[in-house]
Design a protein around this ligand. Structure first.
Ligand code: ADP
Ligand code: MG
Ligand code: MG
Length: 926
């Protein structure tokens, strides 16, 4: 008996069986209703049927566990006792809502039924008790409509089709010659209800259910059924929500916002979800119920207005806002209803927000001592920093556009940032156009879950209807898209693919610009400018004092640096790139590809001469022309890096990549070199390889042509000596690529060390230097112990290591790798995210074997994975010393490294306790 499964959890009268931590079982809504009850907020009593029932339901041919009915009846009895009313009682009926609620919030995915329990008898009882006939029949009308739509399936599949109930309402209004629903009286509503029921009978062949218990089970079944509807499935796919999670069902006592002008309903955020500013943010409507606020039928009022209209309720709400933030230590999203002057809380969850807001909230909450800097770091996903680096409109250009009368409209600033693109009017077109490489602004009257893929493809989203909590606004914030919502002056016409606004017609394909920070919609294209962070750090055109976003960025970076163990280097081949990386916080160069330099000015000629040379003497002659050019490049980098370590890789790609393949170019080269064309052609042809990736490249080049390695190391060390003499410290690290056998490295290292000692002697100046290797083919990883006898450092070249471990050529993988990921053969593209079990295992082995032989060996990664947060975490776990990534990813890597250490290193007991409540929030954001 003791172990019998429990499926139903009661909440009410100040005590709940659930808690916020039980989201897996109770869903987000249920768990938080329980939590709010427990912390003493006024929540109408109810109960939650757990997600396990959903799982059971689908496993057992849409049936329920045997004990469920009894549990539901018992919980209902408790609710009835708490309310002193009974479901179906003709004299004193209890009404409930039936609400879905999965573990992660799925906005607009599933449907809620309100006012359940009304029938021809209970309406009379309610009229007598409330003396408010209009309210009662308005509620009944809503109930029959929602139940008909959601449970009985009358809702049209396509959103452009007309809801049969709405058609009946329109008809009625025409008959009465009125415009608004509120102009219909009780008798009209009664008539509507009769007509609704007739429509139900016609469409389904059955009478509308009168028995409240039948109504209740019908609604419960519909919620569980909706877990598998098309919209829900599409949403889950997009956000990686597993099907097995299931949804819970919440049955909750109704409170009424539609009882008159002292009643109302609203939604809010405890802080501004767009900017993160610490102000109460929300919208409400008096004399309204439930969905009226988000449905866009009536325009809600900003919450600030309630301060004047109803100071008592406002003060109470503001108090709850603070209670919630203090308890959850998070920015929360709330739903509330006022029934005849009494406030009820109907929902709370961690609020969705922009990256801007996320960062500002985290920083502010640290300041307020609500959270620690560690928690702040755990909350910000590294990729969110990307948004801070995103462009904004060129302020002057925008100003002049506005002055020139190009401002078309102003909507809500639902998703900050600047986007410019061509107008399309549906999600499908957005996808198609984006595929062709067009920038598009998806423009809709309002969006719905069907539009998600198009929203994802668009640069920005513009809607004519809906508030800050509309579907478009919520989804855009989650996706990090620029969004202007509720731009009510747009007259969008889907049939002609045009919109009218301020007397102008905008056609499909026309350029517009939207500013998601201010809500402005501007005709034509406006150039964007780099973000504040870039203006301060890279362009140095802005003073940090005038850049609040930069200041927050800087705080996060400072905290990240406090907790990370990994050092962050950058992949850079030029002084300017290196300088950018240093501005972003790079602590060294992890990969300087010398071959990129050969394409620089004046270098490709001697390079080609070197490649085409027949004799060692000719090759040396060509190399001696390259030496000063390379030295200059290296000197520039050393200077910028100012004593930070610089890893320089000796020549790596197959030589044929440097020579011309067309006849004309070959003839030209022959002329330049003073040799016959045939000779050039023959030499180029002889460089042809069937599989260059595994061919004559990497250290193999330096072993066959040692004079190349000699020249390159000489250039590196002469540059080092030169810069050192100028008083700038240097730390060169020479890296030999593609080593599979220790003897390969030994051969090359000898040359490098000999050159270093020669230069030190010649120049009379000492500097530290290291010689190491890339680990990028399996044999190198497997024999890492042998290799470590020679190598002073390893750098994992995970691009090639992934190619060679998987036996997949990255250049040829296009055709099958994406399908592989779709079929979940690999969970993620292994060239983006390290394949931990395969490639990762080799890395781990190489780390262990290398350290075993040489405890102070320096270990890093320079493949593109070095900028990917999940791969960075893996590098942290296996104990590398640094990761190296492209300059613009350095801030992301700094944060990712800190998070890796906060999430993986053993926390203290106190840290664990503090982290507990915030955990649900982190999971939500993946
Ligand atoms: P969603 O997940 O789409 O937000 P909800 O279950 O929160 O769906 O319900 C939709 C609307 O109905 C919300 O505005 C909510 O506040 C309102 N609502 C739900 N339950 C009740 C209730 N018991 N009393 C009054 N309003 C309710
Ligand atoms: Mg819903
Ligand atoms: Mg809700």
């Amino acid at each position: 008996m003791a172990n019998r499964a429990k499926y139903v959890y009661f909440f009410g009268s100040g005590k709940a069986e659930g808690t916020a931590e039980m989201k897996g079982l109770l869903g987000g809504k249920g768990a938080n209703l329980a939590e709010m009850t427990n912390i003493g907020l006024p929540v109408p009593p109810g109960f939650t049927i757990s997600t396990e029932v959903c799982t059971y339901f689908y496993k057992h041919g849409n049936t329920y566990p045997k004990t469920l009915r009894k549990e539901v009846e018992a919980a209902l009895a408790k609710v009835e006792k708490a309310m002193g009313a009974k479901l179906g009682d003709p004299a004193n009926p209890l009404l409930v809502s039936v609400r879905s609620g999965a573990r992660a919030s799925m906005p607009g995915m599933m449907d809620t039924v309100l006012n359940l329990g009304l029938n021809n008898q209970t309406v009379q009882g309610l009229v007598e008790r409330t003396g408010n006939e209009r309210f009662v029949f308005d509620s009944y009308r809503r109930f029959v409509q929602m139940y008909g739509d959601v449970v009985l399936g009358l809702k049209p599949v396509h959103k452009d089709d007309i809801d049969p109930f709405e058609a009946i309402i329109e008809q009625k209004k025409r008959e009465k010659g009125v415009h608004l629903d509120t102009e219909l009286g009780a008798d009209d509503l009664k008539d509507l209800i009769e007509r609704f029921k007739k429509a139900v009978k016609e469409k389904t062949g059955r009478d509308f259910p009168e028995d409240p218990m039948d109504q209740l089970w019908g609604a419960i079944g519909a919620v569980f059924g909706s877990w598998m509807n098309e919209r829900a499935i599409a949403y889950r796919k997009l956000y990686d929500i597993p099907e097995w999670w299931g949804t819970a069902v919440n049955i909750q006592t109704m409170v009424f916002g539609n009882m008159g002008e002292d009643s109302g309903t609203g939604v809010g955020f405890t802080r501004d979800p767009a900017t993160g500013e610490n102000v109460f943010y929300g919208e409400y409507l008096m004399n309204a119920q439930g969905e009226d606020v988000v449905a866009g039928i009536r325009t809600p009022l900003p919450i600030s207005q309630m301060k004047q209209q109803n100071p008592k309720i406002y003060a109470e709400l503001d108090k709850f806002r603070k209670v919630l933030e203090k308890h959850y230590r998070e920015m929360m999203d709330i739903e509330f209803t006022i029934q005849q002057g009494k406030l009820y809380m109907l929902q709370c969850r961690v609020g969705k927000r922009t990256a801007f807001a996320e960062i500002r909230i985290a920083v502010d909450m640290v300041q307020q001592k609500l959270i620690t800097d560690r928690e702040a770091l755990r909350r910000i996903h590294p990729d969110q920093l990307n948004q801070l680096l995103r462009p904004v409109f060129d302020a002057k250009e925008k100003e002049s556009a506005v002055r020139a009368g190009r401002l078309l409209a102003k909507g809500l600033n639902a998703g900050p940032g600047a986007a410019t693109g061509r107008v399309v009017f549906n999600a499908h077109d957005a996808e198609e156009w984006a595929k062709r490489g067009e920038s598009v602004i998806l423009t809709r009257i309002e969006t719905s879950p069907e539009d998600i893929k198009g929203m994802d493809a668009a640069e920005g989203i513009l809607t004519a209807r809906g508030g800050m909590t509309s579907h478009a606004a919520l989804v855009a914030r989650q996706m990090g898209k620029v969004c202007v919502a509720g731009c009510s002056t747009l007259e969008v016409d889907y049939s002609t693919h045009t919109m009218k606004v301020s007397g102008q017609v905008i056609n499909e394909g026309d350029w517009i610009s939207i500013d998601g920070t201010t809500g402005e919609v501007i005709n034509g294209k406006i150039d964007t400018r780099p973000s504040e962070v870039l203006q301060v750090l890279i362009e140095k055109t802005m003073d940090p004092k005038d850049a609040p976003v930069y200041q927050e960025f800087e705080k996060i970076m400072k905290w990240a640096d406090k907790y990370r163990r990994l050092k962050i280097r950058t992949n850079a081949d030029q002084p300017d790139q290196s300088a950018n990386a240093v501005a972003f916080g790079a602590q060294g160069i992890g990969l300087c590809r010398t071959e990129h330099m050969f394409f620089g000015e004046g270098k490709i000629g001697p390079m080609r001469e070197m490649i085409l040379a027949d004799t060692v003497a000719d090759r040396k002659a060509a190399l001696s022309k390259l030496l000063p050019l390379q030295r200059q490049d290296f000197a520039g980098i050393f200077e910028v890096m100012d004593g930070r370590p610089v890893t320089i890789r000796t020549i790596d790609p197959p030589l044929h990549e440097f020579v011309p393949h067309e006849e004309a170019a070959q003839r030209e080269l022959a002329q330049q070199m003073g040799v016959p064309y045939e000779k050039v052609k023959q030499r180029v042809d002889s460089l042809h390889e069937f599989n260059p990736m595994l061919g004559f490249r990497g250290c193999r080049l330096g072993i066959i042509y040692p004079e190349i390695t000699e020249m390159q190391s000489r250039a590196i060390f002469e540059a080092a000596a030169e810069v050192k003499k100028r008083g700038i410290p240097v730390e060169p690290e020479v890296m030999i690529p593609l080593v599979g056998h220790v003897k390969e490295l030994h051969h090359q290292a000898q040359i490098v060390r000999r050159m270093a000692e020669e230069v030190i002697r010649e120049q009379g100046v000492r500097f530290p230097y290291l010689v190491g290797t890339m680990i990028e083919i399996p044999r190198g990883a497997i024999t890492a112990d042998e290799i470590a006898e020679v190598a002073e450092f390893f750098s994992f070249g995970t691009n090639d290591l992934t190619q060679t471990t998987l036996g997949v050529s990255r250049d040829d993988a296009g055709r099958f790798l994406l399908p592989y990921v779709e079929k979940e053969i690999y969970a993620k593209d292994p060239f983006e995210v390290i394949d931990r079990t395969g490639v990762g295992a080799l890395m781990k082995m190489a780390v262990e074997r290398g350290r075993d032989k040489r405890p102070d060996i320096k270990l890093g990664i320079c493949g593109e994975h070095g900028g990917d947060p999940s791969s960075i975490e893996f590098c942290h776990i296996i104990g590398l010393n640094y990761v190296s990534c492209s300059p613009f990813r350095v801030p992301i890597a700094r944060l990712a490294a800190a998070r890796a250490s906060l999430l993986n290193d053993r926390p203290t007991a106190r840290g664990r306790a503090r982290a507990r409540i915030g955990r649900g929030a982190r999971k939500r954001r993946r």
